[in-house]
Write a protein of this length. Structure first.
Length: 347
């Protein structure tokens, strides 16, 4: 129960909150956390933890906001109300570095909690694979800057060096995020549509005359072909790796599902927390650790995978068929782009 000033001392809600907080902190000290974030003395912290004194509404609100503990899990609100958190609602990225750094912070938070089970399902290329293909990543971030973030960069013509030129520290953050991603084993579900959005974005910058010359498109198409080879290599060996350094590779199971039409979704599980990330206003993620949501997502993912075809390692027959069909789709899109170049950027 609550009073006008906060939770009642010794209430079920107050004890429930501290139980959730203890889980959130893993092995960290709850009292140290309260002292640091509420700027109170240790004896005051212990009194709140024991229920002798109450948490004020201001204190509770502050602690909920920095821990992302769902308020429904404290007050056991209506079971139909499901909490999601959106970093982009609190603050849109000021630049692409903010976006990449925020994703990296979430991944590092999970790693700190122990071994991570990681499942990524998408009709698009799983974003993390693009981190080794800087021209394609630059294209994605350029398009998102124009369509969602409304950044000044989007007013310029696109070139593959636009990010490293305009934003100091971009390359460092890009590489750091990729290193963090490679610390996870996991499962990914791919689609034959995985290159479609890349090709559509290339068509977009051609049609809108957003490039200086056609050489930029040639570089993008060359990198798509390299990405194709890399993804095929990942599937054949059942690993994800830094190109040229397979010694530090992590095992990965890869499946193909052509039936499910879904946005990007990530499910992650550690010994102490489960969380689901999905896209609401692409490319920004919303996320939740609500027990009902993550349990439902886990069951749904299990069903999707059970009806998918394995591509990695022993899935040799399905892998050959998948990449043969993907290559046909690629060739068709590349031919369309070549025709567009002839019309908009004649030699």
């Amino acid at each position: 129960m609550t009073t006008n000033s906060g939770l009642q001392p010794g209430s079920k809600e107050q004890f429930r909150f501290f139980k959730q907080l203890k889980t959130h902190l893993d092995s960290g000290s709850v009292s140290n956390f309260l002292v640091k974030h509420l700027q109170i003395g240790r004896s005051t912290a212990y009194k709140k933890m024991s229920g002798e004194t109450s948490l004020t509404l201001t204190e509770l609100s502050h602690l909920l906001s920095i821990t992302n503990i769902p308020i429904q899990d404290v007050f056991k609100a209506n079971s139909h109300e499901l909490p999601f958190f959106a970093d982009s609602i609190r603050k849109m990225p000021d630049n692409p570095i903010d976006y990449l750094a925020n994703i990296n912070n979430h991944l590092k938070m999970l790693i700190k909690k122990g071994e991570v089970e990681f499942v990524y399902i998408s009709n698009d290329i799983p974003f993390f694979h693009l981190l080794q293909f800087p021209r394609l990543l630059a294209l994605k971030l350029f398009i998102w800057s124009k369509t969602n973030w409304d950044l000044k960069m989007s007013e310029e013509l696109f070139n593959p060096d636009i990010l490293s030129t305009n934003f100091k520290g971009y390359e460092k953050v890009r590489k750091e995020l990729h290193r963090t991603y490679l610390q996870y084993s996991g499962t990914e579900v791919w689609s034959l549509k995985c290159f479609d959005s890349l090709f559509e974005q290339i068509k977009y910058i051609i049609n809108t005359l957003s490039i200086k010359n056609r050489k930029i498109i040639d570089l993008l198409l060359l990198e798509i072909k390299s990405l194709f080879i890399y993804l095929k290599d990942c599937s054949e060996h059942g690993i994800k790796f830094m190109i040229g350094k397979k010694d530090d590779a992590k095992p990965i199971q890869i499946y193909h599902n052509q039936i499910i039409d879904t946005v990007n979704m990530i499910y992650a599980k550690t010994p102490t927390i489960e969380v689901v990330y999905t896209m609401f206003d692409t490319p920004n993620y919303v996320h939740t650790n609500n027990v009902k949501v993550v349990s439902h997502a886990r069951r749904w993912l299990d069903r999707v995978i059970s009806h998918s075809q394995k591509l990695s390692k022993e899935g040799a027959h399905q892998r050959r068929r998948f990449f043969r069909l993907l290559e046909i789709r690629m060739e068709k899109s590349i031919n369309e782009i070549e025709s567009m170049l002839q019309m908009n950027y004649p030699v």
